[in-house]
Design a protein around this ligand. Structure first.
Ligand SMILES: [Zn+2]
Length: 268
């Protein structure tokens, strides 16, 4: 019987990476469980003001123990790790979210990493893609990624709670609160999305941070690794909901204004 449980994680040192070894992902057997990325809406809807809070934490948890998102009215950044869901509010505080708490956007998976890699000291958000992209079997699939360890620096943000009429997301980030962490231990939780799917989810690397002592976190703007390991899971399927909310149904997403294509990770 072929199952993911039989796959041993492969630990590759930086030497192996340096010679350009491509991570070998086993072929799926007929009975292999498929890894699924669930989303309650395409990201293009969030970027265009769908902040209503049309799903809840318990619904997100039904679809995974790992992920990220945003709370209703953009009142906090969401990070789901080790089966718990946290909210980082714009005052910098971390709160454990109850199951009834409403979310505007959530991207979740049941995290079962295929691979583990030690990251070189000094790895940043920018150099991560130069380091990891060439090792991936394809850039046309989604990956769930978790980085645990110590970081010499992390800069993160949380957006402010919004009121109707909701502005586009690129206007919201102009007033975001930013947090700086030095010499901090914690986890980065997120995904790598393919460029062609930018209306579906964030292209490239998108992480949310949670400090081990729960003293802070947020949407990651930059990081520098002191000592950390990365775990990776290739996504086989995307399970995408198309909301029945009035805001979603009336959004002019075919000609959506994403403020000249500003991505989530770009600064205002
Ligand atoms: Zn984010």
């Amino acid at each position: 019987m072929c199952s993911r449980a039989t796959r041993l994680p492969v630990r590759l040192g930086s030497v192996a990476i340096a010679i350009g070894l491509v991570l070998a992902f086993p072929r799926l057997g007929l009975n292999a469980p498929l890894t699924v990325l669930w989303q309650n809406m395409p990201i293009i809807a969030l970027l265009n003001g769908n902040y209503d809070g049309i799903t809840q934490v318990y619904e997100a948890k039904r679809h995974g123990d790992f992920g990220l998102g945003a709370f209703a009215q953009l009142d906090g950044e969401m990070i789901a790790v080790d089966s718990a869901v946290y909210r980082v509010t714009s005052d910098g505080h971390v709160h454990k979210a109850s199951d009834a708490t409403r979310l505007s956007f959530a991207a979740m998976t049941h995290f079962a990493p295929d691979h583990a890699i030690d990251l070189p000291q000094g790895t940043t958000l920018e150099t991560l893609s130069r380091f990891l992209d060439p090792q991936l079997p394809t850039l046309n699939a989604f990956y769930a990624i978790r980085i645990d360890g110590r970081f010499s620096a992390i800069r993160a943000r949380a957006v402010l709670k919004q009121r109707e009429p909701f502005p586009a997301f690129c206007e919201v980030v102009k007033k975001q609160t930013e947090f700086s962490f030095g010499n901090v231990s914690g986890s980065l939780v997120g995904f790598r999305g393919p460029a062609y799917a930018s209306n579906l989810n964030t292209p490239g690397y998108h992480f949310h941070f949670l400090a081990d002592d729960r003293s802070g976190g947020g949407h990651v703007l930059s990081f520098t690794v002191a000592r950390a390991g990365l775990k990776l899971q290739r996504i086989d399927y995307v399970d995408l909901a198309f909301p029945h909310s009035s805001a979603f149904e009336k959004s002019a997403l075919a000609k959506a204004d994403t403020c000249n294509g500003m991505a989530l990770n770009e600064e205002p």
